[in-house]
Every structure is written in C-alpha cells, then in structure tokens.
Ligand binder design. Structure first.
Ligand SMILES: [Zn+2]
Ligand SMILES: [Zn+2]
Length: 501
C-alpha cells in the first residue's frame, strides 16, 4: 500500500495538484450556467446540464443494449435505497416523455421486505412499507410488496431455469420497434394506458410459522458472510417467482457501478469467479425466461446521491443485515470498505474495477448437447452453470478430498436428515442389488446436497449448522435431483453414451 502511494505521489493522481475549483466556475457543457457540482476532475456541471446528462445516460444504456422490447412487461426491483429509487424516477421520466424519446415498456414495481431476516420488528417493517407505498402509489405503476417469509411457500419450479427461447413474434429488436410504431400510428395517439393502469397487488401478509422458519434459517447460518449470500439468493428466487407469476420477462435492478465494483471483488473472494459475468454484467440470462438487467451500472453512487438530493427523488432508508456492522464483519463488508477507502484517495478505483467487469464473459460448456437445458447442470441455489467439473489436478479437487475425509469421520456421529432420506432404499429393503445405488451411496459426494451446488454456494451451505432449515422448495428439489442422479448411475451401464455420435 505504501509503495503504491509513493509511486503515485509524483503523478497527476496527487490530490493536492488538482486545481480546486473556484466558486463561480462555469458549466463545462453550456459554458453559461454556474457549476453546482463536479463529477470528475474537469467535469463541472450546472443544474440543468447535470439533469440532462443523467437522464441521457439512462436512455443511452437501454438504447445501447437493446434488450427491452416495446410493450414488454418489466419489473423494477426497488429496495427503497437511493439507487433503485432513482432508477424508478428515471423510468417515470422516460415514460412521460414526448413520443420520439419515450420509453415504451410496461413497468411494475417489486419490493421485497427482508426485515424478518435482518431482525427488524413488526412495527419498523410496517413503517417502511407505508413509506414505500406512498412512493409507489404516486408513480401509478402496479406494485408488489412481498415479505421474504414467502420463500417458505415457493414451488420447486423456481429452481428450474426456464426455456430461453426468445419470443418468436419478436425476432429482432429493430423489427419489434418498427412494428410497434406502425401499430401505434393505426391506433392514433392512444397511449399505452396499460402501463399506468391502477393494479396494486399487495401481498404483505405472512404466517407466524414462516416467520419462525426464517428466523431459524438465519440463525443457523454461522457467519455474516453466509447470511448475506443466503439473503441475496433467497431474494433472487422470490423476485424470479413474482416475475414469472405475473408474466414479467425482464427485471431491472438498481446496482450502481460503485455497488458492482464491490460485488465484483467480493464475489471473487467468495469463490464466484466463474459466475462473475452474469453477476455483474448488464444483462443476466441465468434464469432463461426472465432476464435480469442493470441499467444503473454506469452511474457512480456519488452521481446518484447528488441527483436524488438535487431533484428530490424520494427514497426510504431501510437498515439491512450489515448496517452498523464493523468493517471486518463479513467478506462483502470488508470489500466495500476497502473499495470506498481506496476510492477516496484514488478517484478512478471504481471505474477501473467496473471497466474490467465489462470485459468478462462466461466460457460456456459446449451447448450442442441436450444436457444444457437440464437443471442438473446448473447450481441448485444460484442457478449458474456448475463450475465444479474442474480437472482432477485442481485446487478444487484437493479441497474436495480433504472435505470428504473429514466428512467420513463426521458421518459416524450425526446424520443430516436430508441425507438420510436418500439412503432409505438401501436401509429398508435390499432390492436395489449390489452394483447400483448402494455403491454410489458410499461415496459421500453423491449423498451430499453440496454435490448439486457450485463452489461458492457450497461454502455458504458449509457455514450452516442445519441444512434442514432451508425452505422446503430447495430441500425437495435437492432430493429429486439426487434421486435422479442416483438412478442415472444405476442404469448407466444400459445407456448409450450421448456424445458418441
Ligand atoms: Zn450547463
Ligand atoms: Zn451456486
């Protein structure tokens, strides 16, 4: 660290050498207005130019990526924070514009109330919800407020990626836009009324049984790192479920580039290197039928804060899992303070990390095989492609072997209930013969639900005191996949190999 500082001292990064802007500096864009803020070293903006710049950036991000089609239903995941609330205000702005510059999709809002996992009281949760309701009602968009407790009533289908076949009626973006414009001319200037229709769906009730189950799940996670990962995973499942149930094909997340820079580094530390491209990219196709997009990824958190202050974007402060926690409380928290502290002295830190994320691509296993669509090739929890098929001579396999050895000793003691159920056929009746599932059952990898997870999700589950506290949809799906893979082993000698032809 000291070395780096020395190296930079003579260069332009030295803060003292940056000219301190005078009070009556002019806007660099219109050269007339008085600058009210400085985004980067030489970019001083007046109020109206900053607004224009900010709005243009949002439209440019959507225009450049061309993934949202006219009349498509888009769910905005709003957490109450400045970034996602600013995203909401940008969508409102875009929809209210004149015809040529108008955004043409149909938005809905989703807020997931994770207060149950963060130890907030019922009153606190209700207070935040009523504040959010005020904001949501004013937009006129349909909205959903869903408590995290609902994960205990999710169906197992959430964990199965949908078919990613793009809507055949919308073969390409340009064509879709042209068709939309043609159709609109016929209808005259009839606006997309559906987008502003009052259809407020609220479902904020949850049973006390699920409330306890959620508390049990989170107290079973031993570290804050694992808690944060689990919360993120469950939120994602719930968002996906709400989107599917209500026919939303896109979900917009409010991740800023500062947020994504932290996520990129912490995900590397968490062993999610293989999933970086989909975790931090503009669009994330892991769920197949519902695509996650991150239109705020070009804004720094500083820009967002200034914009929301200057133009009075309403937001609600809702404390999360790591609020008020100290720097080293979790890997995510530590990375965050590392990046923000570095950013304070070296203003290009975030953008450098963020630019790296743009260059990342996931190397996909050959897609020609029919196994691509099979859920078993995806991680049970994060639904990313499994990264656990590494070579025998890899660091991953070395850790696996030492884990297996320690597990063999553990199994003589307590047996995990989820493991027990998959063992039943061997214990109760001996009909399964000698070569099939019994022999495969003896290798601990086969029995363990961990075998269905990617490297990083395995680490999260490893930090759990009792895997049985996971919501039923995860446990049931795990059991189903385990049984299927066991059966595959049993009948493997009768099967023709797929890649032989
Ligand atoms: Zn200006
Ligand atoms: Zn995973």
């Amino acid at each position: 660290m000291c070395q780096v500082e020395e190296d930079y001292n003579g260069l332009e990064c030295n803060q003292e050498k940056i000219p301190v802007p005078g009070l009556n500096r002019k806007c660099m864009k219109c050269k007339e207005g008085t600058a009210v803020l400085i985004i980067r070293v030489s970019d001083a903006f007046c109020r109206s130019c900053f607004k224009e710049y900010f709005i243009h950036k949002f439209r440019a991000m959507l225009g450049k990526n061309r993934v949202i089609f006219p009349q498509e239903k888009v769910l905005l995941a709003v957490s109450g924070g400045a970034a996602s609330c600013t995203m909401l205000s940008q969508v409102q702005e875009g929809l209210s514009r004149d015809a040529p510059k108008k955004l043409r999709f149909m938005p809905g809002i989703l807020y997931i109330d994770d207060g149950g996992a963060c130890g907030r009281s019922e009153d606190e949760r209700q207070a935040s919800i009523s504040q959010l309701k005020n904001i949501f009602t004013q937009t006129g968009f349909p909205y959903f407020i869903v408590p995290l407790e609902k994960v205990f009533s999710l169906p197992t289908s959430v964990l199965v990626p949908g078919t990613s076949d793009p809507d055949p009626s919308n073969p390409c973006y340009k064509q879709a836009v042209d068709e939309y414009l043609k159709g609109k001319q016929k209808l005259g200037e009839e606006e997309a009324v559906g987008a502003v229709a009052q259809l407020n769906l609220e479902d904020s009730a949850y049973s006390s049984e699920h409330k306890l189950a959620l508390q049990r799940l989170f107290s079973s996670l031993k570290t804050l790192t694992a808690k944060q990962e689990m919360l993120q995973t469950l939120r994602q499942h719930l968002i996906l479920h709400v989107a599917r149930e209500n026919n939303y094909s896109k979900v917009m997340m409010g991740d800023s580039c500062s947020r994504l820079a932290v996520k990129l580094l912490s995900n590397i530390a968490l062993g999610r290197g293989a999933a970086l491209a989909s975790d931090t990219g503009f669009s994330d196709p892991r769920f197949g039928d519902v695509v996650i997009v991150r239109p705020m990824r070009d804004y720094s958190s500083k820009e967002i804060t200034f914009y929301s202050r200057m133009f009075h974007v309403p937001s609600v402060f809702i404390p999360g899992l790591d609020t008020k926690s100290y720097d080293k409380a979790s890997i995510q928290r530590l990375t965050e303070s590392f990046v923000t502290n570095l950013q304070a002295d070296f203003p290009s830190t975030v953008s450098t990390i963020y630019r790296t994320s743009e260059k990342l691509h996931t190397v996909r296993p050959p897609q020609s095989q029919s196994t691509e669509a099979e859920p078993a090739s995806k991680c049970l929890l994060c639904l990313c492609a499994l990264d656990t098929t590494a070579d025998k001579a890899s660091a991953f396999h070395a850790t696996l072997i030492s884990e297996q050895l320690s597990q063999l000793r553990l199994q003589k003691g307590s047996v995990d209930p989820t493991v027990e159920s998959s063992n039943q056929c061997c214990v109760e009746d001996q009909t399964c013969g000698t070569s099939g599932c019994c022999s495969s059952n003896r290798t601990p990898v086969q029995q363990d639900p961990k075998a269905l997870l990617c490297y990083s999700c395995r680490l999260t589950i490893k930090d759990m005191a009792a895997v049985s506290t996971l919501p039923p949809y995860i446990l049931t799906e795990a059991e189903k996949r385990q049984r299927r893979s066991q059966m595959k082993v049993e009948i493997s000698e009768y099967l023709l190999e797929e890649d032989q032809d």
